[in-house]
Design a protein around this ligand. Structure first.
Ligand code: GDP
Length: 365
């Protein structure tokens, strides 16, 4: 492929290797004249946003460029994986801009959950990461819940200024932006792109009024999420699609739960107690004795313990995380997979792929 071919829409260098990177076109279109990339094509013809992923260097450049702009920030996070969807360095771009946290995928949490409590919990979590949000709006982009409230919050905060939508990949930023386009600009062909200084990518501008825009910014890949270590088919199993039905296991010391074949949770000590699992309803959970767990894992990987579906699992790449639940009620997070709620006093060891973040947080419930 010629290195000089650029998309006539956004200027990104054309490539046909990776659909998720800027400038993607199917190989068959590469020889044509005046090629536009798939992202610009969808935008032009369907007013539809597709997310592209950036490397961390490009992403940092973009964050720096944003820090000098005026406007407000809407930070989309995934309620199901708050820390996993947090942007490191967000504080830097925020400066004294107002920030609205749009907490997405609320439809996955149990319907009876106390929403005010979730809002306060998110504020507290954000504060512990050094950020004081001006508003927290609970939404489900997919189910169209809370979108009007979010638009009202944006209008009340922006004072005629621009709006920058930021978020890591998979939080549902594209789904949200497509909903916002539908609600605010409808089908009109008014969306354009504009070059963002210092980056390889143009931002998508959605007009808000005669003078100001909403900008979609690219997402950054979070390498510490489980979602990056499974195949597309397995992703369909581990990514929850509907309200999660918590699965509660009464465990004795010396018992183990397997979440598919990807994660092993050993309950070490703390008396008989419950471990309440919030993972995709499609993910099989298997209980066994810890003494048998290692042998069972090797023997049943890909069969009883699945995903991984094909039995390919790198046992050399597994880490052990020791957790001691000291507060009243805590969630054990397995980034990108879900969480397990446990009461005070439990000692637990989690075995998971090395890159995947495993940690405790105060319970969201
Ligand atoms: P992006 O990478 O942040 O642009 O995320 P996408 O919009 O592509 O969404 C990532 C995944 O999350 C997709 O599988 C969506 O279907 C799903 N998703 C997006 N919004 C929601 C939501 O409100 N609820 C649920 N359950 N899933 C969502």
């Amino acid at each position: 492929m010629s290195e000089h071919m650029k998309c006539i829409g956004c200027g990104a260098e054309l490539q046909s290797d990776d659909q998720n990177k800027p400038g993607y076109v199917p190989a068959s279109s590469l020889n044509k004249e005046d090629v536009i990339c798939k992202r610009c094509f969808r935008l032009k013809h369907y007013n539809e946003i597709q997310d592209v992923n950036m490397t961390s260097d490009d992403f940092l450049t973009m964050l720096n460029a944003l820090s000098n702009k005026e406007g407000i920030i809407v930070n989309v996070i995934d309620v199901f994986d708050f820390q996993g969807s947090w942007i490191n360095g967000l504080k830097r771009i925020v400066g004294n801009k107002k920030v609205i946290i749009a907490a997405n995928k609320m439809d996955l949490l149990p319907k009876l959950i106390n929403k005010r409590r979730v809002q306060l919990w998110i504020e507290k979590q954000a504060k512990s990461l050094g950020m004081k949000p001006d508003d927290v709006v609970l939404i489900s982009a997919q189910k169209n819940h809370g979108i009007d409230t979010l638009l009202e919050s944006i209008e009340s905060m922006r004072n005629g200024k621009d709006v920058y939508i930021v978020g890591t990949t998979n939080v549902g930023k594209s789904t949200l932006i497509n909903k916002l386009i539908e609600t605010s600009v409808g089908e009109k062909d008014v969306i354009t792109t504009s070059h963002f200084p210092g980056t390889t990518l143009d931002l998508i501008d959605i007009p808000l009024d005669d003078h100001s825009f909403m900008f979609d910014t690219p997402g950054i890949i979070q390498a510490h999420q489980m979602t990056h270590y499974v195949t597309d088919k397995e992703l369909k199993i581990i990514m929850p699609k509907q309200e999660i039905k918590p699965r509660n296991f009464q465990l004795n010391e010396g018992q183990t739960l397997f979440l598919g074949g990807l994660v092993r949770v050993d309950y070490v000590s703390g008396g008989r107690r419950s471990l309440n699992c919030f993972v995709s309803n499609l993910l099989h959970i298997h209980r066994t004795k810890t003494d048998n767990a290692q042998e069972l894992w090797h023997r049943q990987i890909g069969d009883l313990l699945t995903p991984p579906g094909n039995g390919e699992f790198d046992f050399d790449n597994v880490k052990k995380v020791q957790l001691s639940v000291k507060d009243e009620k805590q969630d054990i997070i397995i980034s990108g997979l879900g969480f397990i709620t446990v009461d005070k006093g439990a000692q637990i060891v989690v075995h998971a792929p090395k890159q995947v973040d495993v940690y405790l947080r105060p319970s969201i419930l």
